[in-house]
Structures are given as C-alpha cells and as structure tokens.
Ligand binder design. Structure first.
Ligand code: NCD
Length: 307
C-alpha cells in the first residue's frame, strides 16, 4: 500500500505519470467520471483549509466517489484525546483512502503507520504539503511546457511555508533549476532545506531580501502568505505581514512570460490589481489542483485506467 507524505515518495517517473494523467483528465474529464463509483475518501482536517479539503472532495466526486470527514479538530474525537493512530484505524473501516491535515509535523506519517488505507499528507505543520507541490508542478509544466531550465523565485515566508519546502524538494530533481529565495532575514528557509536539499544537490541558489532585485531574472514567481498561525507572538507577525506586496509597478520589471503562482489563501502579498495580468496564474493553479488530486487518488487506489 502506498502513502504520500512527501513529494519524494514518488520517483520522477511516477510523478511524470501522475502529471500526464492529470493533463489527460483536464482534456477529457468524462472518461474518468465513474472510475471511483464504489470508493470513499475521508478528509481528516485538524487544521483550517478551504482549497485543499474542498479540492480533494471535488476530485473524489469528479471520479464518482463519495466523501466523508471532518474539517476541524474540535469536531472530531481528537478533542476527547484520541490519537491519530486510533482515528485512522477507525476511519480505515469507513473509507478507502484518506487525506489528513494536521498542525503537528509528522502526524500524517504516524497515522500512515497504523493505517489499512492509503494516507495522503494534506499539510503537516510547517513541514510538507506534497499535493500542493503536485499542483504547482502541473501548473508550471502546463504554463512553461517544462520543469527543467527554470529560474524560480520563492517569496515571503520561506521559514514556515510548507508548500515552499515541498516544492524545493521536488524541483531539485530537474536539470538546471535555479532558485532565488526572497524573504526577510527572520523568515529565511530552514537550514535543513539549505544544507540537505540545496547544497547537497549542488543547486544554484541565492538568498535576497528585495523582490525588485530578483524579479527580472525569474520564470516563475511563487508568492506566499506569512504564516500567522506559526508565529509565537502577534508583534512579529504584524511586523512581517506586509513585507512584500506584489503590485503592477513591480510586475513591470518582470519577463513577459514570468508566471505568478501562489498556493492561496492570499492576504496582502499580491495586490488585487495584479489579478487581471495575463501572468497571474494563481486561480488557474486551483483548477490544476483538482485534476492532479484526481490523478493521485486513481494512482494510490490502483484503479485500472481507461485506454
Ligand atoms: C497552503 C497551506 O495550507 O500550507 N494553502 C493551501 O493548502 N493551498 C498555504 C497557506 O496556508 O498559506
């Protein structure tokens, strides 16, 4: 049985297969509409979410399957003290596959060890968010036609932003990918990403503070929200939250084909005036998230695909 905890649980070949499948789903969704008619997905969300939970649910429904679950720890037996291991044992009796989001790093991994059904990490603390990465990769590949030979700028909260950590881990496996890491000093990427992922793989990267300095070289600008819920005090958050605001003026410095991605939710880091720019791809990215989660569900459930 396969689980998905990190994008590295998939080889680049497996990943490519999932992205190809997602692209085929995009072209002809009807072909896939009944492949999970007899299947159920459980969404166990111990932390708030709009896109991730709803896109998992939409993905399963698009495949003809059913969904069940909870959307906050308060409404589950976690509030009575149940462990994730016990919860997943119980949920294994109700569902065929599960997506779990948890504020504690590693909680979905603990669940997967006790589970009889595939567990997908839908975000664990400030650690990993592999299905957002699949979404990001599909979006980049669809827009640029490739995942290699790219200069990627990651901007904002690189310390707590789990989507950033997962995306870097996945992208270093492609040739000639360079990173410009744009953050305030206090929100730089964690040292395990700098040392064990970037340096160990001899990846070219720069760490800068000014967005304007980085923008002209980029093929992708990945904006992120300052992760309020992971700050220890409100004061630090307030000081950081509007550090970056991408607006039309800054966008003038960018290439014609520099696409803007954001895992969403956006707070202030992208001005609404940018939404109408053809390079703004963050709402398109949401749609790709559904196709790629459909492809992932089919893959983990080993559903036989139509030819
Ligand atoms: C991200 C997350 O939850 O990590 N959102 C998402 O899943 N699309 C990013 C965020 O919350 O800022």
């Amino acid at each position: 049985m396969r689980h998905l905890m990190s994008p590295l649980d998939l080889s680049t070949e497996e990943l490519e297969k999932i992205l190809d499948l997602a692209s085929d789903i995009e072209k002809d969704p009807k072909k896939y509409a009944h492949l999970c008619d007899d299947k159920r997905l459980a969404t166990l969300f111990y932390e708030p979410s709009t896109r991730t939970r709803l896109s998992f649910e939409a993905a399963m429904m698009n495949l003809g399957g059913k969904v069940l679950g909870f959307s906050s720890a308060d409404s589950s037996s976690a509030s009575k003290g149940e462990s994730v291991a016990d919860t997943i044992r119980v949920v294994s009796c109700y569902a065929d596959i599960c997506a779990m989001r948890h504020p504690k790093e590693g909680a979905p991994l603990v669940a997967s060890l006790a589970s009889n059904i595939p567990v997908i990490n839908a975000g664990d603390g400030g650690h990993q968010h592999p299905t957002q990465t699949l979404t990001d990769l599909l979006t980049i590949r669809s827009l640029h036609g490739r995942l290699d030979n790219l200069t990627i700028g990651l901007c904002g909260d690189l310390k707590f932003g789990r989507t950033v950590h997962s995306l870097i881990e996945a992208l270093v496996r492609y040739k000639n990918v360079r990173f410009i890491l744009i953050s305030p000093e206090e929100l730089r990427i964690p040292s395990y990403i700098r040392e064990d992922v970037l340096k160990r793989n001899n990846i070219e990267f720069q760490e800068v503070e000014r967005l304007e300095e980085a923008i002209p070289a980029l093929d992708i600008l990945y904006m992120t929200r300052v992760q309020k819920e992971r700050f220890f005090n409100e004061e630090d958050y307030v000081r950081m939250k509007d550090f970056y605001i991408l607006d039309k003026a800054k966008l003038e410095l960018a290439k014609e084909d520099m696409y803007i991605l954001h895992p969403l939710p956006r707070v202030n880091e992208i001005a609404v005036e940018v939404d109408s720019d053809p390079r703004a791809a963050y709402f398109k990215q949401v749609q790709y998230g559904v196709y790629v989660r459909m492809a992932l569900i089919l893959t983990l459930l080993e559903v036989e695909l139509p030819c």
